[in-house]
Design a protein around this ligand. Structure first.
Ligand SMILES: [Fe+2]
Length: 412
């Protein structure tokens, strides 16, 4: 007799409040007012300071609010970057935290908000065996996320990603207390993003949307013993599907323009919206093998996340196509592929062609070899990827080490 009891409930969470549109970031004073915040710590990076975006944002605050700025965020932030931000926040004791930047600045800010009020350090809250697996139980101060890239979805996610370079490892903290309280999504802040960053963050968002749309459905997962044990990635449902579909369509229609003409505000607005919607979809539904592979490769080779997912996604789609062909056929159509009259499986694989065209049109790598990865690395990468259970649990087709090895070789 089977012991499988299917899940019958799904959960859905997002950032509490969103202001979206050109000029949204200028509404920060009203948001801080709502928090009764007289002092803030702005968490950002030195590049945005050099670009003048930090001064521009501080100018909106006038002199009513005491402001402190931490510019120590780096790409793929290490645990030391997180620790520095937390220690700065403990010194300053601000009434609110504001993140200005890409996923890294927002991740650092979210985790600072939950560590600010407690003793201890970041590894206490990372899952074993790397950390002590303590659970986050509070948020000390409210957080505002102001993204300057369109891709990570961090402004609506409960997760932060921490690099441990000495162990070639990336780990995460996931907690509902880490959701930002407010996201100010202002496409005007993204017009100065260089084409390469626009491309890689945009394809990251596309991968979030496609993986969320094709991840295992909530009721194809086992029912947890208690509601508290239900995973954050609790499977796709009709709500996440709507967000994912819209995101795929917006990216297919706007990413090329945003890359080739960064000042096109319409394209920037649509990419910011797509990135947010993809974030809402994947943080609830889950992801799949493309992210399991990209996270593994990124930790091992320091390859940029967006470029790495771009390099593996088409082959993951071809591998998964038979597991949910109708979904991938829909993806192909949303990407503008003609699937009329094609066999079910052929139509499904057209989604991979559509991704490949977009990836090469925006000059991202179409294979892992372009990122310096060779065949020798494959067995080790496959073994490490197979351990990414949280991500692989959602992949529409089962994987084992042998399948992942083959996938990696196809993706070279
Ligand atoms: Fe991603």
């Amino acid at each position: 007799m089977s012991t499988f009891t299917p899940e019958s409930v799904w959960e859905f969470e997002t950032v509490n409040r969103v202001k979206f549109g050109t000029g949204a970031s200028e509404e920060l004073p009203e948001v801080l007012d709502g928090f009764d915040a007289d002092s803030v710590l702005l968490i950002t990076d030195s590049e945005l300071e050099d670009l003048g975006l930090v001064d521009q944002l501080l100018a909106t605050l006038g002199t009513d609010v005491e402001t402190h700025v931490f510019t120590g965020v780096e790409p793929d932030p290490s645990k030391d970057v997180f620790a520095n931000a937390v220690s700065r926040a403990r010194d300053v004791q601000p009434d609110a935290l504001v993140a200005l930047g890409g996923g890294s600045a927002i991740d650092v800010t979210k985790t600072t908000s939950v560590l600010l009020g407690v003793d201890g350090e970041i590894l206490d809250y990372v899952a074993p065996p790397t950390g002590d697996g303590k659970s986050v139980t509070e948020k000390a101060v409210p957080t505002v996320a102001i993204p300057t890239t369109s891709g990570t979805g961090s402004e609506t996610s409960p997760v932060s990603v921490i690099s441990l370079p000495e162990q070639d490892l990336k780990v995460g903290i996931s907690s509902r207390y880490q959701y930002p309280d407010t996201a100010l999504i202002d496409p005007g802040l993204t017009v100065s993003l260089p084409p390469a960053v626009t491309a890689s963050s945009g394809v990251d968002a596309l991968t979030h949307a496609i993986e969320a749309y094709t991840t295992r459905r909530f009721d194809a997962k086992p029912s947890p013993e208690t509601p508290a044990e239900r995973p954050d990635y609790n499977g796709r449902n009709l709500v996440t599907d709507q967000f994912a579909r819209s995101a795929i369509e917006l990216i297919a229609d706007n990413l090329r323009t945003a890359v080739n003409n960064g000042a096109d505000i319409e394209a920037r607005r649509n990419m910011a919206l797509a990135s947010f919607m993809a974030g809402v979809a994947f943080t609830n539904a889950g992801l799949g093998a493309a992210h399991a592979m990209a996270m593994t490769v990124g930790a091992e080779f320091d390859s940029p996340h967006g470029a790495t997912v771009a390099a593996v996604l088409p082959d993951v789609i071809r591998f998964n196509a038979t597991a949910c062909p109708d979904r991938y056929r829909n993806v192909a159509e949303l990407l503008g592929e003609d699937v009329e009259g094609l066999d079910r499986d052929v139509a499904a694989r057209k989604a991979a062609d559509g991704v490949e065209k977009l990836v090469s049109d925006v000059d991202l790598p179409t294979g892992l070899a372009e990122l310096g990865i060779t065949g020798d690395a494959v067995p080790d990468l496959a073994a490490k990827t197979q351990k990414m259970e949280r991500l692989l649990a959602g992949n529409s087709r089962r994987t084992d080490e042998a399948a992942l090895e083959e996938l990696y070789r196809d993706a070279l």
